[in-house]
Ligand binder design. Sequence first.
Ligand code: ADP
Length: 219
Amino acid sequence: MIHATNISKTYGQTKVLNKVDFSLAPAEIVSIIGPSGAGKTTLLHILGTLDRPDKSEETKLEIEGIDMTRLSDKELSSFRNQQLGFVFQFHQLLPEFTALENICLPAYIKGTSKDKAERKATELLRFFGLQNRAEHKPAMLSGGEQQRIAVARALINKPSLLLADEPSGNLDTVAAEQLHDLFFKLRDEFSISIILVTHNKDLAIRADRMLKLVDGQWS
Ligand code: ADP
């Protein structure tokens, strides 16, 4: 699924990531933990092609057999739209759109018809037990519901990989647990691979593998 070798990232004089290797198998769930400032988000952004690693001969980033370092920005955004799903700490749903419309957005960007997108979004709402929230705007939803809608939005184009950055960081214990259960259900039902950056111990240890990043290196 992912083969990354020698990933470094430097901001000015600061080396945030130092020759990090990473690999992920299909349908595997990996958690990444570590202290604040360790470089977790930076690594997740690079693995998700939202950011590029420092250039070097030894640096490789292959996702689904495709060499990401060779793609143009335009090709990368198309790849992201179709193959990758992102979930962030704050749901980042658009406030003036309904839950259903928010879920449909990545499908519209891909060029999917309104009918087809809405059908798929409705299926996802049902899968998440949120079918009666389709017409709700984000402000009318609980934190847990907002986050599940954000996960549905990440899934509408059927990505093979989901990347989540502190997905339950803003939720109470019960809503967090519900969201965590959902990640494992997604993996079991759709064979999706998941990378979770998290401070939540319960979630981190449930993963197939837990990795710890300290000062830009595995520890
Ligand atoms: P973590 O997710 O583990 O808390 P981050 O990856 O967010 O760590 O950040 C690691 C370090 O990189 C921090 O010291 C942060 O200030 C720095 N950093 C992150 N993004 C940038 C940026 N765009 N410009 C400069 N420094 C950055």
